[in-house]
Design a protein around this ligand. Structure first.
Ligand SMILES: [Zn+2]
Length: 442
């Protein structure tokens, strides 16, 4: 009888065990050379300072409540006691740079993630918090080789299936400006019965290549009776930015609560920006983009949509003498176009990390990164300027940099500049204490 009971316990233990393909370390813990706390300590893990907490589990070995684990990044092997870990099902990658969805662990209260979804030439950014989510723009590129709506829908569906606690709810949906490379997926969000949007923000415009999609959202949110809509115009925005319950609907009760502000929006009058190729810059929706700032503990993020040089200069002047533009993570304006970043903006931001959303220039057709020469060398050089460029570094990568339309040269980037066109989907894992870990995810 005793042997039988032991056998059942063993079978149950093995069954549970076999379902877990990797472990998450959930408490400060030591990793030992042997399944014994008196054996040599190989490594001490401090949870606050560690983000690469997933370790492959050697399924065959478990003894006396200790699991043998292996760090795929360092190949370190050792034993950890069961109370320090949580078991997960799913594949873990062979190195710590490319991480599949399933291995992205649950957020802690003091963490957020920025998901820069690879929508090709376009933009779509999902901000994930412990208690909510925000989507800014919906991409993206569409041609024979690429469909941003498939990329967006796959990513968003998979995101909510991993974060069931969010119950398919987008607390805030923002369209930065009505151009199709930002609004193409807006209809999908609207028609997807699984996604519930609580608040919708845009710049109130109804013109442009994505005007129809934006107007549809204005009508849809007004008619819904359940979605709060706000059109942000510059005259609403004071010297401290603009926020209210629609722009910042996220209130995390435990842990760190993000502060969301809008720093730019639609202008009613031309501030004297002049013309470009015979068209008033004021007529260009790019210059009326909703610019969003997020403060999360010690970390701040700035997304400026497709603002071009004239609007950027006006924004820098508006916040001169404040620290509102002094951010850690810069979501590079206008897909890395030479007019989407300025030296003055870089000086005001002094960012650590820059993220570009542009397409893969190997797709040589219209409306692509190849066609525009994005990201452009002039912008890249500003981003990696020794004095005012990003201060963090990345593993060097040789990538095509646009010198002009349809023309690229290969350069090695070792500053912390990431680009969906080079890296695929990008996740920034952000701890409110200031730690930022970029995770590439194809
Ligand atoms: Zn754009």
């Amino acid at each position: 009888m005793k042997i039988m009971r032991l056998f059942i316990i063993l079978v149950c233990a093995l069954t549970t065990f076999a379902q877990a393909d990797y472990v998450e370390i959930v408490k400060n813990a030591h990793i030992y050379a042997n399944p014994d706390r008196k054996s040599k300590k190989i490594q001490s893990i401090e949870i606050e300072n560690s983000t690469d907490l997933y370790f492959l589990l050697a399924l065959s070995e478990q003894t006396k409540g200790y699991y043998l684990i292996r760090n795929p990044a360092t190949n370190m092997k050792g034993w950890i006691y069961k109370s320090n870990i949580r078991l997960h099902k799913g594949d873990l990658p062979g190195d710590n740079q490319v991480i599949p969805d399933a291995a992205i662990r649950p957020l802690r209260d003091n963490e957020m993630r920025a998901h820069i979804i690879n929508v090709g030439q376009g933009s779509a950014t999902l901000l994930e918090f412990s208690c909510g989510s925000v989507l800014i723009d919906t991409g993206g590129e569409k041609n024979a080789d690429f469909d941003s709506n498939i990329k967006l829908s796959d990513y968003v569906n998979s995101f909510y299936s991993n974060r069931r606690d969010l119950e398919n709810t987008l607390d805030l949906f923002i369209l930065s400006h009505p151009h199709i490379d930002h609004t193409r997926g807006a209809k999908w969000i609207q028609e997807n019965e699984n996604i519930q949007v609580l608040n919708y923000v845009d710049n109130g415009q109804d013109v442009g290549s994505g005007g129809k999609q934006q107007v549809n959202w204005q009508k849809y949110s007004k008619a819904s009776g359940s979605i709060n809509y706000e059109a942000v115009t510059l005259d609403m925005i004071g010297n401290d930015g603009f926020t209210d319950g629609v722009v910042d609907p996220i209130n995390c009760e435990s842990g760190v609560d993000p502060v969301i502000k809008v720093l730019w929006g639609k202008l009613d009058n031309d501030p004297g920006w002049g013309n470009e190729r015979g068209t008033a810059r004021f007529e260009n929706p790019n210059n009326h983009s909703v610019a969003v700032k997020v403060e999360f503990g010690d970390v701040s993020l700035l997304l400026i949509g497709d603002m071009e040089h004239s609007a950027i200069q006006s924004m820098v002047e508006k916040y001169h003498g404040t620290n509102l533009l002094d951010v850690d993570i810069y979501f590079v304006g206008h897909h890395g176009s030479k007019n989407g970043t300025s030296d003055e903006l870089m000086q005001a931001m002094t960012p650590r990390i820059a993220v570009i959303s542009s397409g893969d220039p190997s797709r040589e057709t219209v409306w692509t990164a190849w066609k525009y020469g994005h990201p452009n060398k002039i912008a890249i050089d500003m981003l990696r300027d020794p004095e005012f460029g990003v201060s963090d570094t990345r593993t060097p990568i040789e990538v095509p940099i646009g010198t002009r339309a349809e023309s690229f040269q290969l350069e090695t980037i070792d500053s912390a500049i990431y680009n969906t066109g080079w890296d695929g989907n990008i996740i920034l894992q952000i701890n409110s204490n200031g730690r930022i870990v970029p995770i590439k995810q194809h």
